[in-house]
Design a protein. Structure first.
Length: 69
């Protein structure tokens, strides 16, 4: 036969584990220093700027001819 378990203890344990996981996610998401946030923001801006610099612009208008002006 299987082991007898008490459902209240099982529910409490499951609840504690869920809260623990949520707390870990919140620490990872919100527990960063201002310096780390600014460094990431600067990296994202730098990547966007580098990507925009590599963008090839279309030199023709919709009719297929060269742009005027």
């Amino acid at each position: 036969m299987g082991d007898v378990i008490q459902l209240n203890q099982y529910r409490k344990k499951r609840s504690r584990l869920a809260r623990s996981r949520e707390a870990a996610e919140n620490r990872a998401r919100h527990g960063r220093t201002k310096q780390a946030k600014e460094a990431d923001r600067g990296a994202r801006e730098r990547e966007a700027r580098d990507l925009d610099a590599k963008l090839i612009e279309d030199k023709t208008d919709r009719e297929g001819g060269p742009k005027q002006g």
